[in-house]
Design a binder for this molecule. Structure first.
Ligand SMILES: Cc1cc2nc3c(=O)[nH]c(=O)nc-3n(C[C@H](O)[C@H](O)[C@H](O)COP(=O)(O)OP(=O)(O)OC[C@H]3O[C@@H](n4cnc5c(N)ncnc54)[C@H](O)[C@@H]3O)c2cc1C
Ligand SMILES: NC(=O)c1ccc[n+]([C@@H]2O[C@H](COP(=O)([O-])OP(=O)(O)OC[C@H]3O[C@@H](n4cnc5c(N)ncnc54)[C@H](O)[C@@H]3O)[C@@H](O)[C@H]2O)c1
Ligand code: SF4
Ligand code: FES
Length: 811
């Protein structure tokens, strides 16, 4: 029977969780298509606060990598919004005009930042805080500007403000109300919070209504309704969110504040469901993941036609992700005549607890400074437990654990106690997973049960449960260490050491011998193992093409619309009439819609159809420029002494020589070079992984530069006299990076991790340099030209360029 087609609009946290639930229950039930308006795979939005606060990086917050979509046969269109739903025809139309039919449709479009409708809100330097782009914008402004104002003293505003302080900005939080987080905290707790944040350097303006954003094109300040003003270079609006409902509304689906759904997450339109922040259930829209994941579970079962208990709404608990602030709040916060409060205010230790009780049931919790009891109290609140027989001490006292705290015993904790509030995972579920699946690390528990996979605060208690369940066999170092991926308990370094020691020669062998808990591996470990094996055994290892990331497998970059780009090699960015003619002829012959000069001084042909790829390569007769690979991308050069009056060195020739030497070499991440003939630096060598700058009588080598997301100026590694010295030093440097970096770690991150001084010290040793260079030279012998290989090898052509083996994953 033909599989039904399930379409998901919104590649975010709630929508993709529904797909995960469906795949867990019945993996082959649907053909699945996902449209996402952002150019990334599904990521953990919650962690954006930690990205801004420098506790993690964007690379580390992806919940599902590109390969996950491919492995699960999901067609993914990223950077492509759905513009219209046509319920009569059961189709959706995207912003590019793509029409996709559905049998079942899930709308999970989330929310947008609410931007105050005041004059000047569209000026440069005014942003919301909702996605990676917003986060990057703020980080960019912080590099060049000093003053920031965050409007809104709620959860988001305070987390943003803390991040901007960490980025070195002078931050004011402008709040409408007389105290912070008025929806979650009472006055006492809010004052304690304010004092702690002031001690951390945050400044506050209370009871201020912004009336105008000042400045010409760019923001320079704010004016308030009382006539006062404040100067600023950046304004972050954190005044709440607005569910994205327009699409549903235009399709005639019932919309109130959110898209109205019933207890099965059905809208009023047949076969159309809504989930997440865009959905309104019993007149409530939620803005935290826990309820959205509960909705997701129900929806997955409903869509699969399984027996399902309806979603009846959620009570949520809140915590703030700011260092040294420990607070928790759930339910009601203000006491009145109908409630009785248990209050503890220990000013000396900075602890405040307030439990509100009505009719012998806990109806509200506010904790500041000590949140150990939050889980226990939250359970009492949700279960509406009768507390009439209890004393205030026994209600308040930490009988067991919770709140992500790891300093209390877990044995007295009931199995039903929720350990991970975000994902609704109980102690019993975690214990069972540890026992039945042989789990020994927190990461493994996370991938198995989802506990810890969202805000991450419960990881401490998950570690405690591991220790308690494993008893004597628990190994604390192992439990908390960063493993290569969830398939193994070994770290990257341990895996590499084992491969070396045991002489393992294939990814399968590594997985078998090292006891991978998933025999096929996953999208994280397979490309990493393929890289490490090739790096360690350059002569003997047979590259496993199917273990590579998608673009490397195809030797072409897949584009937004499912076509590919072709970028031929042009050594040193130098071309000639013959190559240009070939490019022009191919462009005409295959109707290639766009020819574009790239930032790396190459010519990209964009919009090549998959079936034309090999013919285009054949007609071009040029080598691949590897614009898709974790390898040397380009060596950008200036014209140097051959033409320029200021040129001190022949940069073009050096660039060509470098590119010819290092092309195709596998590196942990992409590697870019630039060669400039003088410090004017026309080839932008200062923002390359390796930048070479000609000076009188020699060359300066700059390393760890990055012109992309993690903008970083290169550090001076050394000054050398001859081109030969340059070649040698670069060889040794690249090989040291290859051997010590984690797979997918750019040099800009690696150099900060291992330290410039350390790298200098290693490379100063002539013997070590010689050894590294020799190993690199051996590695370079293993590569062949991939386009040519595809042309000669019928099997490769059939497998990768003719069949529809892979669904489209548009990255
Ligand atoms: C900085 C920050 C910190 C947070 N911290 C916490 C926290 O500590 N705890 C907590 O529980 N929650 C937290 N949240 C809230 C949590 O991230 C959200 O509740 C959750 O992400 C909502 O999931 P969603 O799938 O409904 O929406 P989203 O994750 O926003 O996903 C919706 C996706 O749909 C896409 N989209 C919209 N329209 C279209 C269209 N027409 N076509 C295609 N795609 C479309 C959007 O681009 C987006 O990628 C935080 C949020 C932020 C911004
Ligand atoms: N730790 C967490 O759980 C966490 C962290 C970040 C974001 N989030 C979620 O993200 C969403 C957005 O967060 P948020 O803090 O923007 O929303 P929010 O609605 O919780 O808070 C907005 C705050 O802005 C204030 N405000 C409104 N208008 C204002 C004005 N004109 N001037 C000054 N202040 C004004 C309000 O009084 C309120 O305190 C929420 O759903 C939140 O739950 C959660
Ligand atoms: S970097 Fe110096 S040598 Fe090269 S083109 Fe610019 S000015 Fe000329
Ligand atoms: S409590 Fe947030 S991930 Fe577990």
């Amino acid at each position: 029977m033909e599989k039904k087609h399930l379409v998901l609009i919104g590649n975010g946290m709630a929508g993709v969780r529904v797909i995960e639930e469906i795949l867990k229950l019945t993996p082959d039930a649907f053909h699945i298509t996902i449209f996402g308006n952002e150019p990334y795979p599904n990521y953990n939005r919650i962690q954006l606060s930690n990205v801004l606060q420098g506790k993690t990086t964007v690379d580390e917050i992806f919940l599902n990598e590109w390969e996950w979509y491919r492995e699960n046969n999901i067609t993914l269109y990223t950077n492509e919004a759905v513009a219209k739903i046509n319920p009569q025809l059961k189709t959706v139309v995207s912003s590019t005009g793509r029409i996709v039919a559905y049998d079942e449709l899930i709308i999970a479009t989330g929310s947008s930042s609410f931007i105050l409708p005041v004059p000047g809100a569209d000026k440069q330097g005014v942003t919301g805080f909702r996605d990676i782009q917003d986060c990057e914008n703020m980080m960019e402004v912080a590099r060049t500007h000093k003053k920031a104002v965050v409007i809104g003293g709620g959860l988001l505003g305070l987390e943003a403000a803390r991040g901007l302080i960490d980025l070195g900005m002078d931050v004011h939080v402008v709040h409408l109300m007389p105290h912070l987080m008025e929806r979650q905290l009472d006055e006492t707790a809010a004052i304690m919070l304010k004092e702690e944040l002031e001690a951390q350097g945050m400044k506050f303006l209370f009871e201020k209504q912004t009336s105008v954003i000042l400045g010409d094109d760019r923001v320079t300040g704010l004016r308030f309704s009382d006539g006062t003003e404040i100067e600023t270079d950046l304004v972050v609006m954190a005044v709440g969110i607005k569910p994205n409902t327009q699409l549903a509304k235009e399709a005639g689906i019932n919309v109130n504040r959110g898209i109205v759904v019933n207890d099965l997450m059905e809208t009023n339109t047949p076969n159309v469901y809504a989930v997440g922040e865009c959905a309104e259930h019993r007149e409530i829209t939620y803005g935290m993941v826990a309820p959205l994941y509960e909705q997701g579970k129900v929806l997955a079962q409903r869509i699969l036609g399984l027996e399902v208990s309806p979603y009846e709404g959620s009570v949520t608990g809140t915590q703030l992700k700011v260092s040294d602030v420990d607070l928790y709040s759930a339910g009601e916060i203000i006491d009145d005549k109908s409630t009785k409060a248990i209050k503890v205010h220990n000013e000396f230790e900075g602890i405040y607890k307030k439990i509100l009780i009505r009719d012998n049931r806990v109806v509200g919790i506010v904790l500041y400074g000590d949140t150990k009891d939050s889980t226990k109290l939250f359970r009492m609140l949700v279960d509406k437990e009768d507390v009439s027989g209890k004393t205030s001490a026994s209600i308040l006292d930490s009988g067991c654990c919770g709140g992500g705290q790891a300093d209390m015993s877990v044995d007295s904790m009931p199995d039903t106690e929720i350990v991970c509030g975000c994902n609704g995972v109980s102690k019993g579920t975690i214990v069972e997973a540890i026992q039945t699946k042989g789990l020994t690390t927190v990461d493994q528990v996370s991938s198995c049960t989802n506990a810890g996979r969202s805000c991450g605060r419960c990881k401490g208690i998950v570690g405690e449960i591991l220790a308690y369940t494993l008893g004597d066999s628990f190994d604390a170092t192992k439990a908390n260490k960063k493993t290569l991926c969830g398939c193994t308990t070994l770290s990257r370094d341990e895996v590499v050491a084992e491969i070396k020691e045991k002489g393992m020669m294939s990814t399968k062998e590594v997985m078998n011998v090292l006891g991978w808990n998933n025999e096929e591996g996953c999208s994280k470990c397979r490309p990493a193992l393929n890289y490490y094996l090739g790096m360690l055994h350059p002569e003997e290892y047979h590259d496993e093409r199917d273990s590579r990331l998608v673009n490397e497998k195809m030797h072409a970059n897949i584009q937004k619309d499912g076509t590919y780009s072709v970028v031929p090699r042009m050594y040193g960015g130098v071309t000639n009439a013959e190559d240009l003619k070939k490019i022009a002829e191919v462009t005409e012959k295959y109707n290639i819609p766009l020819v574009k000069l790239t930032g790396g001084q190459r010519i990209a042909l964009l919009g090549v159809k998959k079936e034309d790829l090999t013919n285009v390569w054949e007609d071009l007769g040029m080598p691949s420029g590897y614009a898709y690979g974790k390898t040397l991308r380009t060596v950008k050069t200036c014209v140097g002494s051959q033409f320029c009056r200021y040129g001190t060195q022949d940069t073009m020739q050096l660039g060509i020589d470098l590119e010819k030497k290092f092309e195709r070499l596998d590196t942990p991440h992409k590697f870019k070079m630039g060669v400039s003939g003088c410090p004017r630096n026309c080839a932008e060598a200062g923002i390359k992984d390796m930048g070479i700058v000609g000076i009188d009588g020699g060359f300066e080598l700059y390393v760890g530069g990055n012109g992309g997301t993690d903008l970083r100026a290169g550090d001076l590694l050394c000054t050398l006299k001859t081109e030969e010295d340059v070649m040698d030093m670069i060889s040794a440097y690249i090989q040291y990076y290859r051997e010590t970096a984690n797979y997918l770690e750019r040099t800009s991150t690696w150099i900060e991790r291992v330290g410039l001084e350390h790298v200098k010290e290693v490379l100063q040793n002539a013997e070590v340099r010689k050894e590294l260079t020799a190993k690199l030279d051996r590695s370079l012998t293993r590569y062949t030209e991939p386009w040519n290989e595809a042309l000669k090898n019928q099997q490769i052509r059939e497998k990768y360029y003719k069949t529809e083996e892979f669904p489209e994953v548009l990255v």
